[in-house]
Design a protein around this ligand. Structure first.
Ligand code: ADP
Ligand code: ASP
Ligand code: MG
Length: 425
């Protein structure tokens, strides 16, 4: 069997949703399981509803929700005849009403818990629309609630998967329909605790969900459908020299995504690498093209220079307040606080006077991190920091990119050259 994942960009309007049905008909072999993200920028819109609700701006939260509901209903009206659209809208309303119940209530619950209950609705809604579209196109498909099979801990917004339990449940729920060649449509990004509370796996986590299903079943291949021809030597959105990489090893894909190549979520690679499942990255605009194949390679390829630029990191400088060095014990404390606040460590260096680190802050927790460490360390932050990574190249490949920027830290390891850059002077 095969797993296919359609991201937000591939289903952001009616034409693209119909295009997905065409791809499933023409380019997808069966049996197959399909993972979908929320439509377009729905997740960002839902995040705004959470912010308003937690800030006690209830009217604005309702207003935003109405906008989101009507955008989804409009898609139903455009896709289906009146009767089928009405039926689907009732189903979608059952999903959106959960948000209404939540925001009618007091705002007492913890932020991250509320976030997961509200933001998960994006994937629940889109998967219902995709399921109905496949049925309308004569494809025998069943809708599967990912929360019945992907079990996680209760670390909301950044939940960890209980692999053993999820594998059992995925097999229990999915093997029968797959054996009967029924296409399974499920949601990316979301899971569920043992107490039946919805969790999410981190922004952009739908690729990872597809890898969980692929690894647990296990699948013969996994394909992610993107708005680019495949994995390229740089982000084509801001580099017109970017060229397609038609084959990549798992290790190369892991290195690129770990350092910030946004095309695949970094957690996606390991589970499928362990099961040796090939991963295809293909364009939903040109579905017949080869795209990129990521697989195990006995001999590493010779790659052209690959550039990964990740912005909006934070550069931390820390020094001990007493006359000690920052060594093993204090590093233990720093790393445990990074974990507590969900900071993502990208690069670090120890000097006699300072500990330097470039981190991502997906949950906006850096100030709380500093408050907890301020007792022991003097902490300085620089925000809007770029981490620039060059694989298989040297400084000449990115010399233009460095112009006008300050190099705060530079590291070189096997095949990898990295710069922590600021633009301010
Ligand atoms: P999805 O719709 O599945 O969520 P994403 O938007 O997360 O897809 O990922 C696709 C985007 O990744 C592309 O639009 C592209 O701008 C960006 N990207 C970043 N680095 C690369 C790269 N090296 N190769 C291809 N695309 C890249
Ligand atoms: N919809 C979620 C997000 O936008 C998950 C995903 O798209 O992968 O982060
Ligand atoms: Mg994405």
């Amino acid at each position: 069997m095969v797993v296919h994942k359609f991201g937000g960009a591939s289903i952001n309007d009616v034409e693209r949703i119909e295009n997905v049905a065409k791809i499933v008909k023409n380019n997808v072999q069966s049996p197959c399981l399909i993972v979908v993200s929320a439509m377009g920028k729905t997740t960002n819109a839902l995040e705004k509803i959470v912010e308003c609700y937690k800030a006690d701006q209830i009217d604005e939260a309702f207003h935003l929700l109405e906008g989101l509901k009507s955008a989804h209903y409009k898609v139903c009206d455009q896709l289906f005849d009146t009767r089928s659209a009405a039926q689907l809208k009732v189903e979608l309303n059952d999903t959106f009403v959960e948000i209404e119940w939540m925001i009618e209530d007091s705002t007492g619950d913890p932020y991250n818990y509320v976030y997961d209950q509200i933001v998960s609705v994006g994937e629940l809604a889109s998967s219902k629309i995709i399921h109905a579209t496949l049925i309308a196109n004569g494809i025998n498909a069943v809708w599967q609630d990912a929360r019945d099979v992907i079990k996680t801990d209760n670390r909301h917004r950044n939940a960890s998967v209980d692999w053993e339990l999820s594998q059992d449940l995925i097999k229990k729920h999915c093997l029968t329909p797959l054996k009967e060649n029924i296409v399974i449509v499920t949601q990316g990004f979301i899971g569920c605790t043992s107490e039946n509370f919805t969790t999410t796996l981190g922004r952009e986590g739908s690729d990872f969900t597809a890898a969980i299903f692929a690894s647990c079943l296990p699948a013969n291949s996994m394909t992610v459908w993107k708005d680019v021809p495949g994995v390229m030597t740089a982000d084509p959105a801001n580099n017109d020299q970017a060229a397609l990489l038609s084959t990549l090893s798992y290790d190369e894909a892991l290195a690129m995504t770990y350092y910030g190549a946004k095309v695949i979520h970094p957690k996606t690679i390991k589970p499928i690498q362990l099961k040796n499942i090939p991963l295809y990255v293909k364009s939903f605009i040109t579905p017949d093209n080869h795209g990129t194949e990521i697989k195990s390679l006995e001999i590493e390829l010779r790659y052209p220079p690959i550039i990964v630029s990740e912005e909006q990191n934070i550069f931390i400088r820390m020094s001990a307040k007493d006359n000690t060095f920052i060594r093993e014990q204090s590093l233990g404390l720093i790393f445990s606080k990074m974990d507590k606040f969900g900071l993502v460590l990208k690069l670090d260096r120890n000097t006699p006077n300072e500990f330097l680190a470039c981190v991502g802050d997906p949950y906006n927790q850096i100030e709380n991190f500093v408050i907890e460490l301020n007792k022991t360390f003097a902490v300085r932050l620089e925000k809007n920091i770029e981490l620039l990574t060059i694989r298989h190249g040297d400084e000449s490949s990115i010399i233009n990119h460095l112009a006008g920027k300050n190099i705060l830290l530079k590291e070189s390891a096997e095949h990898t050259l990295q710069y922590v850059l600021s633009t301010g002077f």
